[in-house]
Design a binder for this molecule. Structure first.
Ligand code: RAM
Length: 338
């Protein structure tokens, strides 16, 4: 989708998200100060087999090319917090300049990240944060409130604001999803008294497990009206279960997923709407931030960063927020190429 088409799509959104409005007089990175030596930025996804993080990697590669930096990309094959820690320790020994990480376990990875910081390695998180003392900045896809409310409002719309729904999450310890869940539940309590969250099941960021959990939820709950799948592999997993149960359109599917993985289910009327952000841009912005932190151009207290083709991005405290998510349905899914 071209940028010129993307912006009107954003403006058409039925919800708004909180973003920092503070302006900086001198944006960081406006003139892209080059590092004295070539910076090595190590990029650690939650799992490297997940198409979501493969899309992030694409944007990350584009940014390192523009900036003239070196990229190391590695991660667990499937979500595995211990493996993430091990990779951080290896990169410490290697002496990389910056580590950018999507944290599987917020507290569990903080120790290795702090040790890396003590060695002079800069840390930036993206997608899912660690504790603030273990990194300089968190590159967030959108505000947790915006994501949580968008999911809840969309589920309520699909259910005519009435009935039972269940959540499929990645893991019960996933920091980003737990933040989103708080806002989903707050919105539910505040706006939708006739809807009931009956269960929340983890799928370890795996499509097959999401499918199995959805199948169980459908059998155990004959009145189930909607599955809200809040990690990307869970959306097609839930849809496949609904389809195989012969419940397309009866049990609605909404979630956070990739257009490419959900197109067929949207067109078949199994999945009704999917919410996401431009994932490659999240990888691109993360590298822009990592580079600026690595060169010393971006420091805590900066109010904005000039992020290459993304332009000026505001900084809210230590959060760099990509922007607003958008909804895709069977009518617009063909416009997206990721
Ligand atoms: C999965 C990951 C990631 C999350 C997306 C929506 O791919 O768990 O952390 O942001 O889903």
């Amino acid at each position: 989708m071209k940028r010129s088409q993307f912006i009107p799509a954003l403006l058409a959104l039925p919800f708004t998200l909180l973003m920092s409005c503070e302006k900086s007089s001198a944006p960081v990175g406006a003139d892209h100060p080059k590092a004295a030596k070539k910076l090595t930025i190590a990029f650690l996804p939650k799992s490297k087999g997940n198409s979501y993080f493969i899309a992030c990697e694409k944007g990350a590669r584009e940014a390192v090319q523009e900036l003239g930096a070196e990229l190391l990309f590695d991660g667990p094959t499937n979500t595995d917090p211990a493996k993430q820690n091990e990779i951080v320790e290896n990169w410490m020994t290697l002496g990389v300049d910056v580590i950018a990480v999507a944290c599987e376990n917020r507290e569990g990875i903080a120790g290795p990240l702090k040790r890396a910081q003590e060695k002079g390695i800069k840390i930036v998180t993206f997608d899912s944060d660690t504790t603030p003392d273990a990194r300089s900045f968190f590159v967030n896809q959108a505000t947790p409130q915006g994501i949580g409310e968008a999911l809840m409002d969309e589920a309520a719309r699909l259910c005519a604001e009435e009935g039972e729904f269940a959540i499929i999450t990645a893991t019960l310890t996933a920091a980003n999803m737990n933040e989103w869940r708080k806002f989903i539940e707050a919105r539910l309590a505040e706006r939708y008294p006739k809807m009931k969250l009956i269960d929340t099941k983890p799928c370890d960021d795996q499509k097959d497990k999401a499918q199995a959990e959805t199948t169980n939820l459908i059998s155990a709950n004959p009145n189930l009206k909607c599955i809200m799948a809040i990690c990307s592999p869970a959306v097609p997993g839930a849809a496949e279960a609904v389809k195989q149960a012969g419940k397309a359109g009866i049990v609605k599917v909404v979630g956070l997923g990739l257009p490419s993985e959900n197109k067929a289910y949207l067109k078949d009327g199994v999945t009704q709407s999917v919410i996401l952000w431009r994932v490659a841009d999240l990888g691109y912005l993360t590298i822009q931030a990592a580079y600026a932190v690595g060169t010393g151009a971006l420091e805590v207290g900066s109010k904005s960063i000039h992020a290459g083709k993304l332009g000026e991005i505001q900084i809210d405290g230590t959060s760099i927020i990509l922007g607003k998510p958008f909804v895709f349905t069977k009518d617009n899914v063909d416009q997206f190429d990721f």
